[in-house]
Design a protein around this ligand. Structure first.
Ligand code: KIV
Length: 266
């Protein structure tokens, strides 16, 4: 059992063929539960834009909002590696801005690493961030910050041209010094090829079982988000139903004058 997960631990786990678990968290209370459940990597994902802020896409969330979520998560975590998404607009325009954004995340939240969506097209930015001593996780395949370019959330890289580009970009991310990469919603055979042809940890979401680890969005795993039903999602409970029924009971107890009772007053 690892005491504290670092980027080196993930490499060790890959070498030992020990699967890596990764899950999102956005606040102190859930981050503590996720960490105590021995999840290896906690991702403060920009999916906070969807599941916390209620936006349709990940595009609106700001750097300040990501730092707010990340600093709440970091306070709760004793074991996991905490990775934070650089949000849309905080790194695409120029490498200096990308570095400034990554530095703000590390300095103001205390997180351990950042994640950026893209391959060689953002290579200069990734390079600057890594050279400043900040570990970078890559993200290829379905990259939700580019949803308006793709037009849909369907599986990416089914065609040979896009598949080849993805393999080349994964190799590029490894060579430039990323400590790991996420592959989202691509064919299982393609992620198998990437995992075989690279030596850094590959974490999948909707990318099959041949990768080095898996990541899910916490609210999806817990069944809080009923409206989101992709094939890759395994729900481990129906917390939406459980929470709703507890709250309905609370409302009922107030209406029926049952709450508070004589043991619950001063
Ligand atoms: O923002 C997020 O939660 C993510 C995961 C889906 C990988 O990027």
């Amino acid at each position: 059992m690892y005491k504290r997960i670092t980027t080196n631990t993930l490499q060790e786990m890959k070498l030992k063929n020990e699967k890596i678990s990764m899950l999102t968290a956005y606040d102190f209370t859930f981050a503590r539960i996720v960490d105590e459940a021995n999840v290896d990597v906690i991702l403060v994902g920009d999916s906070a834009s969807n599941v916390i802020a209620g936006n349709e896409t990940t595009l609106p969330i700001t750097l300040d909002q990501m730092i707010y979520h990340a600093s709440s998560v970091v306070k709760a975590v004793k074991r996991a590696l905490v990775v934070v998404d650089l949000p849309f607009g905080s790194y695409q325009s120029d490498p200096k801005e990308a570095l400034r954004s990554a530095i703000r995340i590390m300095k103001e939240s205390g997180a351990h690493a950042v994640k950026l969506e893209g391959g060689s097209e953002i290579g200069e930015s990734i390079d600057r961030i890594i050279k400043a001593g900040i570990p970078v996780m890559g993200h290829l395949g379905l990259t939700p910050q580019s949803i308006y370019k793709f037009g849909t959330y369907t599986v990416r890289a089914r065609e040979e041209k896009e598949a080849n580009l993805l393999v080349n970009n994964a190799k590029f991310l490894e060579n430039i010094g990323c400590f790991a990469a996420v592959l989202e919603k691509i064919p299982s055979e393609l992620s198998k090829k990437v995992t075989k042809e690279t030596n850094f940890p590959i974490i999948g979401i909707g990318a099959g079982n041949h990768v080095d680890g898996q990541v899910l969005v916490l609210h999806d795993l817990l069944g809080l988000t009923h409206e989101f039903n992709p094939r890759f999602l395994r729900r481990y409970m129906d917390l939406n139903k459980t929470v709703k029924s507890a709250i309905k009971k609370y409302v009922g107890d107030i209406k029926s004058h049952d709450f508070p009772n004589k043991n619950e007053i001063y």
